[in-house]
Design a protein around this ligand. Structure first.
Ligand code: PMP
Length: 295
């Protein structure tokens, strides 16, 4: 999306990037008070748009935030933005902040949420990592507990993930895994994690502390269709080290093989066959599941 023509949806209007501004009193800015979604469009099909919308409205409900649009109006706003930017393939960011208030924490002083939709190009891991796999690490920052702000809420407070990303970078890695306070593996900074052992696929239950990823669900559905046994079960770093395969899933990341964790080669040290199969099936279904915006 070239910046001069770029149109951003802001509270019911499509405006230029320069006009797309919110107040410094917006509680999304002051407190990270708000929610968001990251969505992909592939050749004119918004992948699993309804799942993203359901998660958005569930996040809003959880933090007592009123989205000033009905569900279908929100879908229309997203589709309108995509069309205005002629974005046939790319990334869509939806942001609902609590809105303008005062310097106090209390969101009851924010009369109306701000609704923003940005259509953008995708920022992916370079293609070579899909072929050769990622080397990742585990990091000191733990996934926050579901007893705090629940990781299921895709809130604007992403500092936990930001720290994970920085710690990964300091260890020379592009991504990292977090564990929870019990030492169970949770997820990456912006993706879910799977391992494969003796032909079986495992992913942590989200109650340990992980976002219930839309891509995670797509992979679970694919496992079922492909007859691959899949279990949601807690596992530790050790289980990852001794797995045959490991991969990460996410809207931006899609399905990306992991070949090394904390200096331990995973399996053969090459992207595993089940990972590769899931990646290639995933890239087929993304144009089939969702709402078609361009015909
Ligand atoms: N975990 C976190 C913390 C994320 O930010 C994301 C990206 N939304 C994911 C997992 C993957 O979720 P999805 O497949 O819905 O993009």
């Amino acid at each position: 999306v070239k910046s001069p023509e770029r149109k951003i949806y802001l509270n019911g209007r499509l405006v230029s990037k320069e006009q797309a501004v919110v107040s410094v009193f917006d509680h999304g800015f002051l407190y990270g008070d708000g929610i968001f979604e990251g969505i992909r469009i592939y050749d004119g099909v918004i992948f699993r748009l309804d799942e993203h919308l359901v998660r958005l409205y569930e996040s809003a409900k959880s933090i007592l935030l009123t989205i000033p649009l009905e569900y279908e109006e929100m879908a229309d706003a997203i589709i309108e933005t995509v069309r205005a930017n002629q974005l046939e393939s790319g990334y869509i960011r939806v942001v609902i902040s609590r809105g303008d208030g005062d310097l106090g924490l209390d969101p009851r002083n924010c009369p109306r949420a701000n609704v923003i939709v940005i259509a953008d190009v995708v920022r992916l891991f370079p293609e070579e990592f899909y072929e050769n796999g990622l080397r990742i690490v585990t990091v000191p920052t733990q996934r926050n507990s579901p007893a705090s702000m629940n990781p299921q809420v895709k809130s604007l407070n992403y500092l936990n993930s930001v720290m994970v990303k920085l710690e990964a970078a300091r260890a020379g890695a592009l991504e990292a895994l977090t564990v929870n306070s019990q030492g169970y593996v949770c997820e990456g900074s912006g993706d879910n994690v799977f391992i494969v052992k003796r032909g079986k696929v495992y992913t942590p239950p989200t109650y340990l502390g992980a976002l219930d990823g839309i891509t995670r669900h797509a992979i679970m559905d694919l496992c079922e269709e492909m007859g691959l046994p899949l279990t949601e079960t807690p596992f530790t770093r050790h289980d990852v080290y001794v797995a045959d395969e490991c991969f990460l899933t996410g809207t931006a990341a899609e399905v990306i093989p992991v070949i090394e964790v904390d200096g331990r080669e995973i399996g053969s040290g090459q992207p595993g066959p089940i990972t590769q199969q899931l990646l290639s099936e995933f890239r087929k279904i993304v144009r089939q599941q969702g709402r078609r915006v361009f015909s």
